[in-house]
Write a protein that binds this ligand. Structure first.
Ligand SMILES: Nc1ncnc2c1ncn2[C@@H]1O[C@H](COP(=O)(O)OP(=O)(O)O)[C@@H](O)[C@H]1O
Ligand SMILES: [Mg+2]
Length: 256
């Protein structure tokens, strides 16, 4: 369990996060939302230990966060690439850890397999497409075997195909990892078991999507939620197939 308690990090008065508390439970998939400048990235940095909080604390199972506990992937993977091959890139992160040399390649190949990028092991990271770069950046993080994954707008720069590939990967990752992801894409709310809404430097909302939708009726929602609301379907109906079944049940069954 990753716990932030009364966390403050202000770049200037009123600019950053202030007295923010958040508990991230095992296998949570949290979608962290908020306007530009609301402090999402600052919070992720503080959770990852990349920023020392000015006040408050971040702990993992009651202890200070250790290097490697938290993996973070950013919007621009290019900024992270240092080496000249995909395999080296994934191994590079392991160099400063206690991982025995003979296990490094094994871990790196496993991580590349997990993201479907082993075929590119000898390629220069900069020659890859945006979606492929993002998956290599993710492999580099997975190789560290972190306990929690933080994604900061990782799909923002991807085209619709690369985004769909990433979503397929995310569905698998969700079953194995605790995830916190920031996004401006409302469709991605559907991945969350918890929506955390940052406003005015603190958590204005922390709960499930149904409650968020009820509490913030003017907030843009994924299309399937808009459809479900417009057609007055129960909230548990959360896929297009289920909407169709509910709306045209008789037609649907006779056509089977
Ligand atoms: N390194 C920095 N120095 C000064 N101000 C910063 C810095 N990074 C972010 N800020 C400011 O802090 C606020 C929160 O930023 P950020 O956490 O990046 O928000 P978000 O990710 O939600 O867009 C913004 O007003 C931003 O301009
Ligand atoms: Mg940000």
């Amino acid at each position: 369990m990753l716990k932030a308690e009364a966390l403050s990090y202000l770049y200037a008065p009123g600019c950053g996060i202030q007295e923010l508390s958040l508990t991230i439970n095992e296998r949570d998939c949290i979608v962290l939302i908020g306007d530009n400048g609301s402090g999402k990235t600052t919070l992720l940095y503080a959770l990852a230990g990349l920023l020392q909080p000015q006040q408050g604390s971040v702990t993992y199972d009651g202890k200070p966060v250790m290097p490697g506990d938290i993996g973070i992937v950013f919007q621009h993977p290019d900024d992270q690439f240092i080496t000249t091959s995909v395999l080296d890139e994934v191994i590079f992160g392991l160099e400063n850890t206690q991982v025995p040399r003979e296990d490094m390649a094994k871990r790196a190949y496993q991580a590349l397999d997990d993201v479907g990028m082993r075929w590119a092991e000898a390629h220069h990271p900069m020659t890859l497409s945006g979606g492929e770069k993002q998956r290599v950046a993710l492999a580099a993080v997975l190789a560290m075997q972190p306990k929690i994954l933080l994604f900061d707008e990782v799909t923002a720069m991807l085209d619709s195909h690369a985004r769909a590939d990433f979503y397929a990967l995310l569905k698998t990752l969700k079953t194995r990892y605790t995830i916190v992801m920031t996004t401006h894409l409302v469709e991605e709310y559907m991945f969350a078991n918890r929506i955390c809404y940052l406003d005015a430097h603190h958590l204005a909302f922390d709960g499930d999507l149904a409650t968020f939708a009820a509490q913030y009726p003017a907030h843009p929602m994924p299309f399937v939620i808009t459809l479900q609301r417009a057609c007055q379907l129960p909230f548990r109906v959360q896929s297009y197939e289920e909407c169709v079944q509910q709306l045209w049940a008789s037609t649907y069954t006779t056509s089977q």
